[in-house]
Design a protein around this ligand. Structure first.
Ligand code: IPE
Length: 276
């Protein structure tokens, strides 16, 4: 029996949830998975019965491969085997994505892989992306959970680059007008955003941040893990743009047993809330 997770006709409300690459994998060890975390996250999404678009990052799959072939530099014939590396980067992301899809299917829930590099195309001459949103919209209207991921992206100018999960979320928030996106949740491997409190000389969790203050945060969690898509700084830039669209953002620790579930059903959880 296929489980019906949400009522497709009930509302236009959707929540976008990102499972960070650093949550679902261990970014310090290439190709390491956190299977239990993935399984538990999937379980919580199903339990919430919310209409969710799931996005996931590259973690220890996408980032080391993209870095090895310097995909984010764009086309560069001086980089050995770069075109092979481009396809390899996509392939490792497909493998990671299929593990997540399998977890949904194992629980008899319909979920579908949406291949980023097939629906998004960049035009760097205009600094624009075009996207065929139709597969995502169709999934949602059929009660399927779409699962999208950070991936390589082709450029109309003959080039290519990486499209991060965070940027995909921003593009969905900007252009998916058929739905009301009530919030964006980033499930990560830490409690949220940590800042340096100068007066007390301590590092503390920022539980609430006003969108307008995002640019001037005294950030404390600037880690040095491999990240080809801008790390925490890149994440905050995207979050800033999402909030400017009037959509609240929450960062929570996805390793916690129940936080994803609670956050999806709007229960209070400890983390970082970015308010409009
Ligand atoms: C990166 O996506 C995708 C590739 C490197 C191919 P993200 O930038 O969203 O990944 P995480 O969440 O930081 O790992």
């Amino acid at each position: 029996m296929i489980k019906k997770v949400y009522d497709v006709k009930k509302s236009k409300e959707i929540i976008i949830l990102k499972l960070g690459g650093g949550l679902i994998t261990d970014k310090n060890k290439p190709f390491s998975l956190r299977e239990e975390v993935i399984e538990n996250s999937v379980h919580q999404i199903i339990r919430s019965k919310k209409k969710v678009i799931v996005i996931h990052g590259g973690g220890s799959f996408g980032h080391p491969t993209a870095q090895e072939y310097q995909i984010n530099k764009g086309k560069d014939p001086s980089i050995a085997n770069q075109i092979y590396g481009l396809t390899k980067t996509h392939d490792v992301m497909v493998k990671l994505n299929s593990i997540i899809i399998e977890k949904f299917l194992k629980q008899n829930v319909a979920s579908l892989s949406i291949q980023t590099s097939s629906i998004f195309v960049k035009d760097s001459s205009k600094d624009l992306f075009s996207c065929n949103f139709e597969p995502i919209i169709r999934c949602l209207s059929l009660g399927i959970i779409p699962v999208i991921y950070g991936d390589i992206v082709f450029d109309l100018q003959g080039d290519f680059s990486i499209l991060s999960g965070d940027k995909i979320i921003l593009l969905l928030c900007q252009y998916l007008k058929e739905f009301f996106i009530s919030k964006v949740i980033f499930a990560v491997e830490v409690e949220g955003i940590f800042i340096y409190n100068k007066d007390m000389d301590i590092i503390e969790l920022a539980e609430e941040i006003k969108c307008s203050k995002l640019d001037s945060l005294p950030l404390a969690n600037l880690d040095k893990k491999i990240d080809v898509t801008g790390g925490i700084k890149g994440k905050l830039d995207n979050i800033h743009s999402i909030c400017k669209l009037g959509i609240p953002v929450q960062l929570i620790n996805g390793k916690d047993e129940e936080k994803i579930y609670k956050c999806l059903i709007n229960k209070e959880v400890k983390g970082t809330s970015i308010t409009i």
